[in-house]
Design a protein around this ligand. Structure first.
Ligand code: PLP
Length: 362
């Protein structure tokens, strides 16, 4: 049987053995963290130890950590709950944001990006000239890995008296976390289980709860916490990985494919180590994904919606790629990806390009 090689770690990455063990241990506890009896106190101790661990990882106080059901909920909480005064702030978003950011509010106003996918700071400054806003800019893009100039973005937002929400779902664990008013992180992108995330809040007073209920998470997010998920999340963020080695593998892969006609989108900007957006002119992303899948390689198209259909990537479209926005696949590596995996993938990609008559080099 053909081996299957998973190169879709930006979609989700395997739960680490430490995280699995922490989840299993937490599942054996009987007690709601809100209960006052011994079982409740033990559950609460585990919850608060995990909160301390995530706070250490993020370089913040435990009181700034709000557990959520994932990145999407963390973003929605900040997008809808951020407050500076009685009025809801305007909502400005980068044009290449994840749909969790774009769809969090109906009134999102997009700020353009350049050809590499980096936010246009002049356009952001112009938009902020109309008054303060909640500005949502990702730390790094999920399709291209392109890293945004968050220090510059934060300075503009601060001088306009607004608030900055950073979607750090792809970046967390791979680069330092930003200095922002709100930062969203998701466990399943960094070795933790799915269905658990966190919103890091600079000033808890600047956030109004969307889901009230029993007053958990210091009143910011009602609902019995997902303790196994939280324990797994804390175990995952305590692990260290060699991302420099991942970057070297990704660069070597790109060099081989470029020599045969591939186009690497966002290559001119700083990028996360493990993500590559690889275009093959004239070949629909869906075709590439299916052909590679048949050869045993799991990669994704620029954007796959929940129905499993492949659409033209709004990220690549915002970068001005036109028809090429529907002709790129995302290959995403993890620290467990080996040189052998990369060699095998490169050979399969080259064979695919040759079969489609697109191979132009060695
Ligand atoms: N933001 C980015 C950049 C993502 O890549 C994702 C997941 O694909 C999300 C947000 C949503 O996170 P979650 O799956 O935890 O809801």
């Amino acid at each position: 049987m053909k081996s299957r090689i998973y190169l879709d770690h930006a979609a989700t990455t395997p739960v680490s053995s430490a995280a699995r063990a922490a989840v299993a241990e937490a599942l054996c506890l009987v007690g709601n963290p809100s209960s006052v009896h011994g079982g409740g106190r033990a559950a609460n101790a585990l919850l608060e130890a995990a909160r301390d661990g995530v706070a250490r990882f993020a370089g913040v106080a435990a009181s700034q950590v709000i557990f959520t059901s994932g990145g999407t909920e963390a973003i929605a909480l900040a997008a809808n709950g951020a407050r500076l005064g009685p009025e809801r702030l305007r909502y400005l978003v980068g044009a290449t944001e994840h749909s969790a950011v774009l769809q969090a509010r109906d009134d999102a106003a997009a700020v353009p990006v350049d050809a590499c996918g980096v936010i246009d700071l002049d356009s952001l400054a112009a938009a902020l000239a109309n008054g303060p806003a909640l500005v949502a800019v990702q730390a790094a893009n999920n399709e291209t890995g392109v890293i945004q100039p968050l220090a510059d973005v934060a300075a503009l937002v601060r001088s306009a008296g607004g608030l900055l929400l950073v979607d750090a779902v792809q970046a967390a664990g791979k680069m330092p976390l930003p200095d922002a008013d709100f930062t969203a992180i998701s466990a399943h992108k960094l070795g933790g289980p799915p269905g658990i995330g966190v919103l890091i809040v600079r000033d808890p007073e600047s956030l109004i709860a969307r889901q009230r209920g029993g007053g958990q998470e210091r009143g910011h997010r009602g609902g019995t916490p997902n303790l196994p998920g939280i324990a797994g999340f804390a175990a995952a963020v305590a692990e260290n990985h060699d991302w420099a080695a991942v970057a070297a593998r990704r660069t070597a892969l790109e060099a081989r494919l470029k020599a045969a006609g591939a186009i690497i989108h966002g290559e001119g900007a700083p990028r996360l180590p493990g993500i590559s957006s690889i275009g093959l002119a004239g070949v629909a992303a869906a075709t590439q994904v299916m052909m590679l899948d048949l050869e045993g390689f799991m990669v994704s198209a620029g954007a796959a919606c929940s129905s499993g259909k492949v659409k033209s990537s709004h990220v690549l479209t915002a970068m001005g790629l036109g028809a090429a926005a529907a002709e790129a696949i995302r290959v995403s590596l993890s620290p467990a990806t080996t040189d052998g995996d990369i060699d095998a993938f490169a050979a399969a990609w080259l064979a695919m390009a040759a079969r489609l008559g697109r191979r132009v080099g060695a």
